[in-house]
Structure formats: structure tokens, C-alpha cells
Write a protein that binds this ligand. Structure first.
Ligand code: CP
Length: 313
């Protein structure tokens, strides 16, 4: 297979295992490119990409921009906080105005679940979802699985536990879809109040005891407690949460094996993970960030190839 089955990356739910493998093979090539002294390729000199961020971001926004620049695309950046959205302009009006400047692709982070799907139905450009509310964060799941593949030699057959605030997490949902498509077994672990009731329908087991979950897994993906999405109290106190669900060196030392530790960032140090664990050799948190550039180069390159094919015909 040499092209994606989709024209947009709206979620892992909408792509196939073959799409993911193609993205990984393309990212392998780009990872080699970005480790060369000259880190840039001319592949997308004729493509213009708009990065639209309606919600805060450090890693995803910088990583997409760097990926686009490494591919020689023209890039424009839009931040809702300093835009005419503040004067009441709608999403579709905002995007159509940007597209009238001859933009080919839109990378969008938005607080509303389904914002990317909505946009794809109403505008004529390729859309990449950079995180939509508590729905999906597909490039995060791709870079997470790519990092597991790099560290453990593959994803199929691996046991992955996703720990913490599953209820508010787009990272959790996209990871569940991606890991399962690649043949991994997935469990979630966290307070009952932060585990969605539908989780069993996704083929995911729940383990409420963190020590049991860690004993079971090869990889623990520790999620941030998303206070900004909580409209009420989901656990008695941060201290109690850290005691029950925080990953500490003591917990890791009690295991009779070495597991891989992941975190999508940003980290609440001392809450879901202690600093000594986050900065340990078992943690691949900065590898995840580094791999994010190669994965986003691959996604943009493969989607842009489809735009070019369409224009050529
Ligand atoms: N992992 C992640 O999406 O981080 P940012 O919110 O900083 O982009």
C-alpha cells in the first residue's frame, strides 16, 4: 500500500491498520532525515498549511510547525486568543477566510469534540485533527505507538495500561483505537469516577488497582489529570489521587520486571508521576516528543500526496 485510505486524519477510529503501518514506514524515513545535518526536504514546496489552534498547546503546535517546515511547506499560524473569533466570527467563516488565501491543508486543535469532522464536511481542504475536546488526538496515539514499536520492537502482543483521567482524555481514546488495531492488549486504570461507563464496549478491561495493573503490563501510559475539563470533584484530594494512582519509584521497584513509562505531557509532577520516574531511563517521554515530528511529517506528507494527485488529474 502506498497511499492512505482517507483524505483527512480526523481520528484513529477512521483509519486502518494498513494506514498506521504506512504512516510508521514513512515516519521511519523522516526520522532518518531529521537526524541528518541538513534536516529539510523539498517535498511540499507547493503546499500551504494553516495551523489553527483554538486551545492551548506546546508540543503539538510546535511539532506540527516544525514538521511542516522540515517538509518545506509554507506555514501560517492562527491562535484563537488573538483572532477575530473574539469578535464573534464562526468556525466556518474563520476557516473559509483562511482557505480563500489558497491554503491546502488545515491542522486544527479545538475544544469541541467532532470539530474536525464538522469542518471536513463543510470546507474544501485536507483536515488534520490536532486534538478535539475529549474525543480524539490521533497524531498523539500514532507517536505513542511508534515509540512503543521503537523501544520494544513492535506493538502486537504487548500489554499496555493507560492510567488516570480516562474520562476527559482524547489521548486515551485514540490510544485505545491505535493499540487495538496494532494487536496490543489494553487495560485502563484509575478512580471509578474517571473511567467512562462505555469503556467495556471498546474491548478494554478496567483494573482499579494500580499495583495489579503495573504487574500485568509491559507499558504504562500515565495521563494528566485534566482539571480544566472537570466541572466537579472526581476524587477526594490531589494527595489521595497521587497515593492511589501516582507512579512512584517505590511502586516501580516493587515489580519483578522493567516496564516502559510514557506520558503525553504536560506532566503534573508529583501527581500522576514523580519526577524521579519521569526523568528515569524507563521513561520515554522525550522520545515521544521527538518521534512526534517524524510522525507528523509522515501524516502531512501522505495527505499532501493525495491533494497533489487530485490536482494533477
Ligand atoms: N501532548 C499534547 O497534546 O501536548 P500539548 O497540549 O502541549 O500539545
Amino acid at each position: 500500500m502506498s497511499e492512505l485510505s482517507v483524505n483527512h486524519l480526523l481520528g484513529i477510529k477512521y483509519i486502518t491498520e494498513a494506514d498506521i503501518q504506512l504512516i510508521f514506514e514513512t515516519a521511519d524515513h523522516f526520522k532518518e532525515v531529521i537526524n541528518r545535518p541538513i534536516k529539510k526536504v523539498p517535498s511540499l514546496r507547493d503546499i500551504t498549511i494553516a495551523n489553527l489552534f483554538f486551545e492551548n498547546s506546546t508540543r503539538t503546535r510546535l511539532s506540527f510547525e516544525l514538521a511542516e517546515k522540515r517538509l518545506s511547506a509554507d506555514v501560517i499560524n492562527f491562535s484563537a486568543a488573538s483572532s477575530s473569533v473574539k469578535k464573534g466570527e464562526t468556525l466556518i467563516d474563520t476557516v473559509n477566510n483562511i482557505l480563500s488565501m489558497k491554503v491546502d491543508m488545515v491542522v486544527m486543535r479545538h475544544p469541541n469534540p467532532g470539530a474536525g469532522v464538522f469542518l471536513a464536511k463543510h470546507i474544501n481542504a485536507s483536515i488534520v485533527n490536532a486534538g478535539d475536546g475529549a474525543h480524539e488526538h490521533p497524531t498523539q496515539a500514532l507517536l505513542d505507538c511508534f515509540s512503543i514499536r521503537e523501544r520494544l520492537g513492535g506493538v502486537a502482543g504487548k500489554k499496555v495500561v493507560i492510567v488516570g483521567d480516562i474520562l476527559h482524555s482524547r489521548v486515551a481514546l485514540s490510544n485505545i483505537f491505535a493499540l487495538q488495531k496494532l494487536g496490543a492488549s489494553v487495560k485502563v486504570c484509575g478512580p471509578k469516577t474517571l473511567i467512562p461507563k462505555y469503556i467495556g464496549e471498546l474491548g478494554v478491561e478496567v483494573e482499579n488497582n494500580l499495583n495489579a495493573a503495573l504487574n500485568w503490563c509491559d507499558v504504562a501510559n500515565m495521563l494528566r489529570v485534566q482539571n480544566e475539563r472537570m466541572d466537579s470533584s472526581y476524587f477526594p484530594s490531589t494527595r489521595e489521587y497521587a497515593q492511589q494512582y501516582g507512579l512512584t519509584k517505590k511502586r516501580l521497584d516493587s515489580l519483578n520486571k522493567e516496564i516502559v513509562i510514557m506520558h503525553p505531557g504536560p506532566i503534573n509532577r508529583g501527581v500522576e508521576i514523580t519526577s524521579d520516574v519521569a526523568d528515569s531511563k524507563q521513561a520515554i517521554i522525550l522520545d515521544q516528543v521527538q518521534n512526534g515530528v517524524a510522525i507528523r511529517m509522515a501524516v502531512i506528507y501522505l495527505l499532501a500526496s493525495k491533494i497533489k494527485q487530485y490536482e494533477d488529474h
